[in-house]
Design a protein around this ligand. Structure first.
Ligand code: FES
Length: 148
């Protein structure tokens, strides 16, 4: 696919080309499609598993298009210690999806994030780039309702 090929061309000869390539591919398509992943692996002489492993290690990459709204819930320490873990479980149950998944109506994608810089107002989350603190289950559901 030529968009991916052009992105690879740009970064191929720099040191550590994989991350910049993945970033550009995701910026272009909104996610990293499987065929792009295979193309990248092939050109960089990596296995599919290696590229996929890097994608999962950095939590920013998606293997599927995101829903129309993206809810990022903080899973770092300050938020965890103030009920973030239970909140994360409740949200996943309420939305019926797990991390990195999108609700069946295509509206909300749920992603973990590791500190939003809002630790003093933990637990925190971000909906479509807007920060929200001191959240509980009801407050998160309200955020979801508002964008639906
Ligand atoms: Fe959640 Fe910093 S730990 S915002």
């Amino acid at each position: 696919e030529k968009d991916t090929a052009a992105i690879i061309d740009v970064h191929e000869h720099q040191e550590g080309p994989l991350l910049p390539i993945l970033h550009d591919v995701q910026a272009k398509f909104g996610y990293v499609p499987e065929d792009a992943l295979l193309q990248i692996a092939d050109r960089l002489n990596l296995s599919r598993a290696e590229v996929h492993g890097t994608m999962s290690f950095y939590h920013d990459f998606r293997t599927e298009p995101a829903g129309r709204h993206v809810l990022k819930v903080c899973r770092a320490e300050a938020c965890q210690s103030l009920g973030g873990e239970k909140l994360a479980e409740d949200i996943q149950r309420d939305l019926g999806i797990k991390w990195h998944e999108t609700t069946p109506d295509g509206k909300v994608t749920l992603e973990p994030v590791y500190c939003l810089g809002l630790c003093s107002c933990a637990p925190a989350a971000m909906m479509d780039g807007n920060l929200h603190g001191r959240l509980d289950e009801a407050a998160v559901l309200k955020l979801v309702e508002e964008v639906k």
